[in-house]
Write a new protein. Structure first.
Length: 285
């Protein structure tokens, strides 16, 4: 019971850390998405590289090409997501990015030859219907931001499948390190043309991006290590709730009834899919 309570606390901390990161990205809107990716990545890169050297883990790993692909896909997803927050409420952007499991399922069918149960497609349909509600009934939804975040979700879904392909042959810190290194290089190079020098507290806020991102990943990993996935996985959608609250109270973003309904439909469909997958794995084991 204590382990479960601790895992729930860790997952809540993880979701809150990611929500803070999303809020900071929205607050630092005057910086280009490239520069935000650079600072987000380099902050975490310093931490992961230090841990890898401290624990004497081989930094290059084994599945190097797959980790490079994972890094490029992850950096592209992050870049598109950060860019989308300039055009739409951050809560809606986070919600739509969580469509990534649908794309991951499609890629897994094609690449890994996995099978998807009919009821899972029903859950995906519910989530997709939520997207249609957001797109069709929320007149304030910006189509540029919408297109960016959908592409971000697609790349993220692809990344999930690549990580599954890497499996346990490489240490998680090494996989994350590749991602952060590529994000640092890509974000740094692309931001050269429109670099904006941070002023005063902006340095601190940009530095915090990488720290809260790492904290989110760390506590999410800890939560999954001490409790079963079906108990913990649905709690990751707390990030959406926290981010919507940050958007409403910090940035005074207005969420219509239709946008809130769409958000709830997406979260419900994806949460039901998680619970169904865990029930199936329990039966099969």
């Amino acid at each position: 019971m204590k382990d479960l309570q601790k895992a729930i606390l860790f997952m809540c901390l993880s979701a809150f850390a990611f929500a803070i990161m999303n809020g900071l990205v929205k607050y630092l809107i005057e910086f280009s998405a490239y520069q935000l990716v650079f600072f987000r990545s380099i902050g975490t890169l310093i931490i992961t590289s230090s841990l890898i050297f401290y624990h004497k883990i081989p930094i290059l790993g084994n599945k190097r090409w797959l980790m490079i692909v994972r890094g490029v896909g992850g950096a592209a997803s992050l870049l598109l997501f950060f860019a989308s927050t300039k055009y739409m409420p951050v809560g809606e952007a986070v919600t739509l990015r969580y469509l990534s499991p649908i794309f991951a399922a499609i890629f897994a069918v094609i690449w890994l030859k996995e099978k998807i149960k009919p009821v899972q497609w029903l859950f995906f349909l519910l989530a997709f219907a939520g997207v249609l509600v957001l797109k069709g009934f929320d007149e304030d939804l910006n189509m540029i931001g919408f297109g960016m975040v959908i592409l971000s979700a697609l790349f993220m879904g692809f990344v999930f499948v690549v990580i599954a392909k890497i499996g346990k042959q490489d240490h998680p810190l090494v996989v994350v390190n590749y991602f952060m290194f590529i994000g640092t290089v890509l974000g740094g190079v692309l931001s050269i043309g429109n670099w904006r020098n941070p002023v005063g507290i902006e340095w601190l806020l940009l530095g915090i991006l990488g720290i809260v991102g790492f904290i989110g990943q760390l506590y999410m990993t800890k939560a999954f290590q001490i409790a079963s996935t079906n108990q913990i996985a649905p709690l990751k959608y707390l990030e959406v709730i926290f981010t919507v609250m940050i958007g409403a109270f910090w940035f005074l973003e207005i969420y219509t009834i239709w946008s809130l309904l769409g958000i709830m439909m997406v979260m419900t469909g994806l949460t039901l899919n998680i619970l169904h997958k865990q029930r199936l794995s329990k039966i099969e084991s």
